[in-house]
Design a protein around this ligand. Structure first.
Ligand SMILES: [Zn+2]
Length: 199
């Protein structure tokens, strides 16, 4: 899996991109790029949510744990929504708590375009979780639901919004998972052809 430094943002949504910092949940080789407070800060900086000057205070390790807990909660909720399963009531209750925390920490301000939007301090690590959680609340409540999909690539499971006109986006990235699947099909074909020749 790519490191936080090189990871592309392909989901088209902040909360989904954050959930995509880990891949293939439940698999013994499941990979996770969000391992240290510095990883979390770098993700937030690359995403433009926190400032380059944001410090890692003494509570950074605790915040990493909270952010990871929120991420896995969101994974479960998005998974249910994507696959038409019922959303867990406990999960939703936990999301409500996290969202309440986020709105309490934020400030609703009118921007120069006249729209009222939530803002959080760019110098705090907690801002990442707050933005992600409130974004998830909006996405889960969007009606009609945008085309929320999960990449079927091997060891992947990344989420993304399919914004193509025809709704035929299948892979997180064609270059990664799409290409791998193509190569695998080609390999199977070649082996099949060899077997046919041998027989
Ligand atoms: Zn993929």
């Amino acid at each position: 899996m790519q490191s936080i430094r090189d990871m592309p943002f392909v989901a088209g949504d902040t909360a989904l991109d954050f959930v995509n910092t880990a891949e293939e949940r439940g698999h013994p080789e499941a990979d996770d790029a969000l391992l240290t407070p510095a990883d979390l800060r770098l993700w937030g900086q690359r995403y433009g949510l926190i400032a380059a000057s944001a410090k890692l205070g003494g509570d950074a390790a605790a915040e990493l744990e909270q952010a990871r807990e929120a991420r896995e909660l969101l994974y479960g909720l998005f998974y249910a929504r994507t696959h038409g399963r019922p959303v867990s009531r406990r999960g939703l209750a936990r999301l409500a708590e996290l969202a309440a925390d986020a709105y309490r920490a934020g400030e609703l301000r009118v921007d120069t375009d006249g729209a009222a939007r939530w803002h959080w301090s760019p110098s705090k690590l907690t801002t990442i979780r707050h933005v992600v959680v409130t974004d998830a609340v909006e996405l889960l409540g969007a009606e009609p639901l945008p085309r929320l999909k999960q990449c079927p690539g091997e060891h992947c499971g990344w989420f993304f919004l399919d914004t193509t006109k025809r709704g035929n986006r299948r892979w997180c990235q064609m270059r990664e998972c799409g290409q791998e699947a193509k190569d695998a099909r080609r390999r199977v074909k070649r082996t099949g052809a060899r077997a046919a020749r041998a027989g």
